[in-house]
Design a protein around this ligand. Structure first.
Ligand SMILES: *[C@@H]1O[C@H](CO)[C@@H](O)[C@H](O)[C@H]1NC(C)=O
Ligand SMILES: *[C@@H]1O[C@H](CO)[C@@H](O)[C@H](O)[C@H]1NC(C)=O
Ligand SMILES: *[C@@H]1O[C@H](CO)[C@@H](O)[C@H](O)[C@H]1NC(C)=O
Length: 402
């Protein structure tokens, strides 16, 4: 008798469970409706998928199955945020896998992408995406990161970018963008930390800024920018590259004085002229690339912490200050390129060594094609340097035989 009751118990449980599961009102109490992706965002994703194409070997869109009940968890490259009470909105979007060896995506960006108004981050991984950046970016007012680098985008940088006041990082580098940098970009985007517009076809002058801006990293390398450095750069700045443009003008008494955090300054391959301000070489500065310009005058004395110094291919004259030699000897300066100037004397401080100088193994120094014969065994030049040890004496007001 007792044993038969025992046998019935599991069956009874099963029956109750079945009733519970089948009862509609009970079911709703157990499982509240799961939040759904907003229809606008879903339609926008659909236009994105039809505007962009996986290149051969890329499989980015294979997970974008629009019959899927939950795009937020099944689609590659996106995350969602809950917009109360029960709608999901796309919060971050990273298009393309960005895998090494994958060609990425082609096609172009649909204007409708600006309907994803909760986006805080929009990233295009390297690919072959062509066409312009959508002109009216204003609706993406929550955007903090916009990175569209290493594609083939054309057309201008939309001035509407200056409306995205939450922007922290803007990277449009390595595209084919033309036109000017919107002049209000840096003055209006007060939160901007990183601005990369390198390797495009931008023309016009550099954008103005304010001392109070938060910018840390400014890379405008390899464009067709003209004119002088604007009178103010943000005090916060650490990295500046304006290399490979058509910029000109002196840099004395300008914005580069008194930037207390500046670590990396690359003005190479422009037409800057005049002498170097002594204040340029401040303790924070570790890399100074001023090669291939039209700078003149004597080399400044102060060197502080600089470890990489390219001053080659300019019109510098006079002696190389003794502090440079000290820096090389104690290994604080790792690379000193002075070739192709009009320098006429190199300090050979260590008198016991006579005219021979010995430097730490890893130090690179190049002195060729100046108005002197460099000390023996000292010059270790890059292959790009002239093979001529000295400049013809008739080009030199003074010529020293060290
Ligand atoms: C898309 O999802 C639906 C429903 O989940 C499924 O039936 C279908 O096979 C999927 N299609 C592809 C191409 O994976
Ligand atoms: C600068 O930002 C403000 C909002 O802070 C906006 O009203 C103004 O139109 C912006 N200026 C430009 C040129 O975009
Ligand atoms: C370089 O500067 C010198 C004066 O130091 C000037 O005569 C010359 O025209 C300048 N060259 C270029 C290409 O700007």
């Amino acid at each position: 008798m007792a044993s038969s009751t025992h046998n019935c118990l599991p069956l009874l449980f099963l029956l109750i469970l079945l009733l519970l599961l089948l009862h509609p009102s009970l079911q709703q109490q157990e499982q509240p409706p799961s939040p759904k992706l907003s229809t606008t965002d879903l339609n926008t994703l659909l236009t994105i998928k039809t505007s962009l194409i996986d290149l051969p070997s890329s499989t980015f869109f294979s997970s974008w199955n629009f019959s899927s009940p939950d795009p937020c968890t099944t689609f590659a490259g996106l995350t969602c945020t809950l917009s109360p009470p029960s709608t999901l909105r796309v919060a971050t979007l990273e298009l393309g896998h960005g895998l090494f060896g994958s060609l990425g995506l082609s096609g172009s960006l649909p204007d409708s992408i600006t309907q994803l108004t909760e986006l805080t981050q929009l990233i295009l991984n390297p690919g072959l995406i062509t066409g312009p950046i959508p002109a009216q970016l204003g609706p993406l007012s929550k955007l903090r990161v916009l990175s569209l680098s290493h594609n083939r985008l054309t057309g201008p940088i939309p001035p509407s970018l200056a409306l995205l006041t939450e922007l922290h990082t803007l990277d449009l580098g390595f595209n084919r963008l033309t036109g000017q940098i919107p002049p209000t970009l840096l003055t209006n985007l007060t939160q901007l930390r990183v601005l990369i517009l390198a390797n495009n076809r931008l023309t016009g002058g550099l954008p103005g800024s304010t001392r109070e801006a938060q910018l840390l990293h400014l890379d405008l390398k390899s464009n067709h920018l003209v004119g002088p450095i604007p009178p103010t750069l943000p005090l916060s700045i650490r990295y500046v590259s304006l290399s490979q443009n058509n910029l000109w003008g002196p840099i004395t008494n300008g914005p580069l004085d008194s930037l207390p955090q500046l670590e990396y300054l690359d003005l190479s391959q422009n037409q800057f002229s005049g002498s170097l301000p002594t204040s340029l070489l401040r303790p924070s500065l570790s890399t100074l690339l001023l090669n291939h310009n039209n700078f003149s005058g004597e080399l400044p004395e102060g060197l502080a912490g600089a470890t990489t110094i390219f001053l080659n291919n300019n019109r510098f004259s006079g002696p190389v200050p003794e502090v440079y030699m000290n820096g090389l000897e104690d290994g604080t300066i790792k690379t000193l390129y002075l070739q192709h100037n009009f320098l006429d004397k190199f300090p050979t401080k260590n008198k016991h060594l006579g005219k021979g100088v010995s430097l730490p193994q890893e130090v690179e120094v190049c002195l060729s094609y100046n108005c002197m014969v460099p000390p023996s065994g000292l010059s270790t030049c890059p292959t790009s340097a002239s093979s001529q040890v000295s400049r013809p004496a008739d080009q030199c007001p003074v010529f020293h035989n060290n």
